[in-house]
Design a protein around this ligand. Structure first.
Ligand code: PLP
Length: 382
């Protein structure tokens, strides 16, 4: 027997009470029982997003939410600025190109956080830029970007909105959507929201809704104004993914019981233990900028293949983590500590990495990373 552990940066494990809730008989999406669930979820999502804005729930993965955040606010020929510091930043550029949106790109070396001053000067140079697209947490590199500082810059531009891919940030670390002025914030179900893949969530500010009134891009399925109208009646425009939303209502109950501050503190504690544990095991962290508390990207030791480490974790120990993407393939492996994750997920991950490396003949003192993580995890509990 090989017991399975899911420690990937999406999908993430689903708590048993949520799995049970989703196994209940299907609710019809126009039935009053479902409207009641959606009405509650609608309010709880605002709590999670720290916003009074509408939070739309779409049946798609996160990328659908990203695509809608281009088509609903911009017209062909409009200009957008995007930060490209990895696989997901690059995606903003690809979506804009698919819809005829002209782009200005801030290219950041993989592993680094963007300097907000670059956003400031780009907006000063070209005031026709209507939207700035960033990641709060770039999952391909395990790096966080300064969303708050960027928001303060964009806020000063009356005709520019800030769109944040917070797919591995929301529910991981603090993002004050209203207070900081994050106009559009996108997340997905299978990361910190502890659900199976299949839902995207998008919050939209008044500033962004005004832009949506003028946007002329083609869209049909991801029509945010139509979704907003439906949501005001506790409905969705199309058939709702009702079982996922029932699961979501359980997730939000768990999250509210824990509290936002505790959720952020837990993620930080696990991330810190993972980072320090990996360093104590003799490994190097990939992040040179601010590391994201959602996941840790670790460099494969010289002469060892990151993909082989990732594969051995799975084959030998039943642990699904993640390898590197694109240019990082073979160079890093990534371990998540996001969503339904706690002390012994972290211990398990570090212990397994040490055992895999030992098995591959890498120089590692078994237990050194685990001991360091235990120290951190003990201290922060008291
Ligand atoms: C997972 C993820 C996405 C969305 O990917 P999907 O496969 O569409 O769910 C987008 N951005 C970031 C930063 C992510 O981590």
């Amino acid at each position: 027997m090989l017991k399975k552990y899911l420690l990937a940066p999406g999908p993430t494990p689903v708590p048993p009470e949520v799995l049970l809730a989703m196994s209940r008989p299907i609710l019809h999406h126009r039935a009053p029982e479902f409207a009641e669930v959606l009405g509650q979820v609608k309010e709880d999502l605002k709590w999670l997003f720290q916003t009074r804005n509408d939070v739309l729930t779409l049946v798609s993965t996160g990328t659908g939410g990203m695509e809608g955040s281009v088509t609903n606010f911009l017209s062909p020929g409009d200009k957008a600025l995007f930060v490209n510091s990895g696989k997901f930043g690059e995606r903003w550029g690809k979506i804009c190109a698919a819809y005829g949106v002209k782009t200005e790109e801030i290219k950041v070396e993989w592993g680094y956080s963007v300097d907000p001053q670059l956003v400031k000067s780009a907006l000063q140079k070209d005031p026709s830029i209507k939207a700035v697209y960033i990641q709060a947490s770039e999952t391909s590199t395990g790096v966080a970007h300064p969303a708050r500082e960027i928001a303060a810059i964009v806020k000063a531009h009356e005709n520019t909105i800030l769109v944040v891919d917070a797919i591995t940030a929301l529910g991981v670390f603090d993002l004050k959507v209203d207070e900081w002025g994050l106009d559009v914030v996108v997340t997905g179900s299978q990361k910190a929201l502890m659900l199976p893949p299949g839902l995207a969530f998008v919050s939209v500010s008044e500033k962004a809704w005004k832009m949506a009134d003028k946007a002329k891009n083609n869209k049909f399925y991801f029509n945010f104004k139509k979704e907003r109208e439906s949501l005001s009646k506790n409905q969705t425009a199309w058939t709702a993914a009702s079982s996922l939303i029932v699961g979501l209502s359980e997730v939000l109950k768990l999250q509210k019981a824990e509290g936002l501050e505790n959720i952020f503190a837990r993620h930080h504690r696990l991330a810190e233990a993972t980072r320090q544990g990996m360093i104590a095991a003799g490994l190097k962290l990939f992040a040179k900028g601010t590391p994201s508390d959602a996941l840790t990207a670790v460099e494969a030791p010289a002469g060892f293949d990151g993909q082989a480490i990732y594969k051995n974790l799975r084959v030998t120990y039943g642990i699904t983590a993640a390898g590197g993407q694109d240019q990082l393939k073979g160079k890093v492996f990534r371990i998540a500590h996001m969503g339904y994750a706690d002390t012994f997920d972290t211990i398990t991950a570090i212990a397994a990495v040490e055992m895999v490396l030992k098995g591959m003949g890498a120089p590692v003192n078994l237990g050194s990373g685990v001991a360091k993580a235990q120290e951190i995890l003990l201290k922060k509990l008291n």
